[in-house]
Design a protein around this ligand. Structure first.
Ligand code: FEO
Ligand code: CA
Ligand code: CA
Ligand code: CA
Length: 572
């Protein structure tokens, strides 16, 4: 009976130990299938993956991109949860693996292939029977959105002079989406993909930006790790100073209309967006929670101006008009949402914000001006079913060397923590109570997690329908007998506080991206950049997952986790 199952807790699997093996490890009774690795054609009839990386840029534009990140499964109505569209982000690339000779002798074709390996895949996936394997289908919906797909800029900043370039004098149409980190579905069945580390793609010249300038605040340095600017002038800020302002947005994609144009929703602000979680407020408006993943950056929410249904019935986007807020955490466990509205103190023309468009394009500077609380890299957030409580990860922050505060309580925060916000059931509330849900790490670091479940660098975060909180890691893990351990995924029961390790990834990957079928029996998880946890000279030296051919290369991939007995993943 349900009541006794609840008394036993939500976690129905035995915790597994840490791992440093080059393999995905799961509890007994679980298995995984590699569904969609880098280079896999998005329809079965597409161009086959070449293990030596000799696929052209044109091939790559019809294949899975690299560095799979946030994703979402949209079941077909009436499909019994056995068929639907899977949207998958491709955050970045490992250029050493993407081309036969890696980064050597850079060419326009290499820029084109790298750009085609970024963006989003929309694929149709199905299983022919319950308990059977998943596969990709020939599909009218299958598409790749890459760095060359036209996108429209919408909302209050559209057309602003800071968004105009020589290729787009109107400031409303931009080619592509970039560094698609995490994601979120909307209640109206569209997909939000979030542009994160945009500074790596734009070259400022040998002189870095002036300290305190907007470019400096957005992380532009004197180097651009991606050499695209050497073959395409829009990535050279000396030629096109505004192109970088056209990235760093939340982008909305309608996966059910393959002809649709992705929309950059400027009302949600410009930052290093992690994910975007949309819920319906009490008045039916869209409320969106978002993190800005940089050391000492902020946690945000957007509250739409009108009910979702009204906006959509009248042909407006529920995400184009509304108020953007940034979080301030007080030491007494209370907090406030500070509105980023032009004309408020600190956000006037005299402060450098001529109007709301400037507030949105320079969201970080606006948040600095109103006194938001600098956090230890706020990454994913998720909303607890039933309570509406918002949980979000602070991955880590080793640059916190001088002072702590109640919401970021550790100096040299190597391992990160997870916070919980309670808005009293009203997502549009201006105030909240907050608490620390857990401090990650080992016992020596002051972790609140039992030693046998130690983990570090919580990043991905997602509540499943039963209320299990899934935690995915990206970064430093506690050592075991002095040895480094791989990134992992755990499940927590937020009511009992119990936490169990569920999955450990292959070497030097991060675990990110999670979604499931509505019945919870197939869990999709992304394994990102096996072999490459930084800028490795030879990623193949540490990982060859998932194919293990002697001359092959490790591949980011979407896997599907199921139970041998067909039960709910993570459940009893
Ligand atoms: Fe793309 Fe903050 O991870
Ligand atoms: Ca990543
Ligand atoms: Ca992440
Ligand atoms: Ca991360």
């Amino acid at each position: 009976p349900k009541a006794s199952a609840r008394a036993e807790g939500l976690l129905g699997f035995p915790a597994i130990p840490p791992s440093s093996a080059d393999e995905v490890v799961l509890p007994p009774g679980y298995r995984y299938q590699v569904l969609f690795p880098w280079g896999q054609p998005i329809v079965p009839s597409g161009p086959a993956f070449a293990e030596d990386a000799s696929n052209s840029a044109a091939d790559q534009a019809r294949q899975a991109g690299d560095h799979h990140d946030g994703m979402w499964f949209f079941p077909f109505t009436g499909g019994g949860g056995r068929a639907g569209l899977l949207c998958v982000n491709h955050e970045a690339t490992t250029e050493q693996l993407l081309h036969p000779d890696g980064r050597a002798a850079w060419t326009p074709e290499k820029t084109a292939k790298s750009q085609a390996a970024h963006g989003v895949s929309v694929i149709e996936v199905k299983r022919d029977r319950l308990g059977g394997g998943w596969h990709l289908a020939e599909s009218k919906f299958a598409r790749r959105i890459t760095m060359t797909t036209p996108a429209e800029i919408t909302g209050p900043a559209a057309g602003h002079p800071w968004l105009r370039t020589s290729a787009d004098p109107e400031g409303v149409r931009v080619l592509g989406t970039l560094n698609n980190c995490a994601s979120g579905p909307t209640p109206w069945r569209t997909y939000l993909t979030c542009e994160e580390t945009i500074n790596k793609y734009f070259y400022h010249g040998e002189q870095p930006p002036r300290p305190g300038s907007p470019e400096d605040r957005y992380g532009i340095g004197s180097e651009a790790p991606y050499p695209w600017y050497t073959t395409e002038s829009r990535f050279d800020m000396r030629a096109e100073p505004n192109e970088y302002n056209r990235f760093g947005w939340v982008v909305e994609i309608d996966p059910f209309d393959p002809e649709s144009t992705p929309k950059k929703r400027t009302a949600l602000g410009r930052m290093e967006h992690e994910n975007a979680v949309v819920v319906r407020g009490r008045s039916g408006e869209a409320v969106v929670y978002m993190g800005d993943d940089t050391q000492f950056d902020y946690f945000y929410k957007f509250v739409g101006a009108e009910p979702i249904d009204q906006a959509r019935a009248e042909g407006r986007s529920p995400l184009d008009e509304g108020t953007l807020y940034v979080a301030r955490f007080e030491a007494d466990g209370s907090g406030r949402w500070l509105p980023l509205v032009h004309g408020e103190p600190g956000l006037t023309a005299a402060d450098g914000f001529a109007g709301q468009a400037e507030v949105l394009i320079h969201t970080r500077l606006a948040a600095d001006a109103v006194g938001a609380t600098p956090m230890d890299r706020p990454e994913w957030c998720t909303v607890q079913p039933g309570t509406g409580a918002v949980f979000f990860t602070c991955t880590n922050n080793t640059a916190r060397t001088e002072s702590v505060d109640a919401a970021n309580p550790r100096l040299n925060n190597r391992y990160g923590h997870i916070l919980k916000i309670d808005e009293g059931g009203d997502p549009a509330a201006g105030r909240f109570d907050w608490d620390i849900f857990l401090l990650a790490g080992d016992q020596a670091s002051g972790a609140t997690v039992p030693a046998d479940q130690a983990f570090g660098s919580p990043d991905g975060l997602w509540f499943d329908a039963a209320g299990r909180l899934w935690i995915q890691t990206d970064g430093t893990q506690p050592l075991v007998d002095g040895a480094a351990q791989n990134n992992q995924m755990l499940a927590a029961d937020p009511e009992t506080g119990e936490i169990r390790r569920f999955l450990v990834g292959p070497r030097r990957c991060e675990i990110t991206g999670i979604t499931s079928t509505p019945d919870g029996r197939s869990l999709f998880v992304n394994i990102q950049h096996p072999g490459d946890s930084g800028t490795p000279d030879n990623p193949r030296a540490s990982s060859n997952w998932p194919d293990f051919p002697p001359a092959g290369r490790p591949r980011s991939a979407t896997i599907v986790v199921t139970r041998a007995d067909g039960g709910v993943v993570g459940g009893r």
